[in-house]
Design a protein around this ligand. Structure first.
Ligand SMILES: [Zn+2]
Length: 84
C-alpha cells in the first residue's frame, strides 16, 4: 500500500511568514524585510514596535549617535518615556 501524503507537499511550497519568527530578528533586519512582508503582518502593533527607532537614534540633526544599528522601538528609552 502506498501512502501518498499530499499535505506534506503543500507545506513545503507555501511557507507562511511567522510573526513570532520575525519578532526574534534584530530590529534592523526586520526593517530590511519590511517592504516584502504581507500587509496583514505590517498592521500588527507588536511587529511595528519591533522596528528600529529612527526617531531617536542616528538622527544627524539631534546628534544622537550610538554605535551600531538603532534598537527596536520597544527597547528605545525615549519611546518608552513618551508612552508613559
Ligand atoms: Zn524611540
Amino acid at each position: 500500500m502506498f501512502n501518498v501524503n499530499n499535505s506534506n507537499k503543500e507545506n513545503l511550497v507555501g511557507q507562511p511568514i511567522d510573526l513570532q519568527l520575525l519578532l526574534k530578528l534584530p530590529a534592523y533586519r526586520l526593517h530590511m524585510k519590511w517592504d516584502t512582508l504581507p500587509e496583514n503582518l505590517k498592521t500588527s502593533p507588536e511587529l511595528q514596535s519591533h522596528l528600529p527607532c529612527f526617531e531617536h537614534y542616528n538622527r544627524p540633526d539631534r546628534e544622537v549617535h550610538i554605535d551600531g544599528p538603532p534598537p527596536s522601538k520597544s527597547k528605545c528609552r525615549a519611546c518608552k518615556r513618551s508612552n508613559q
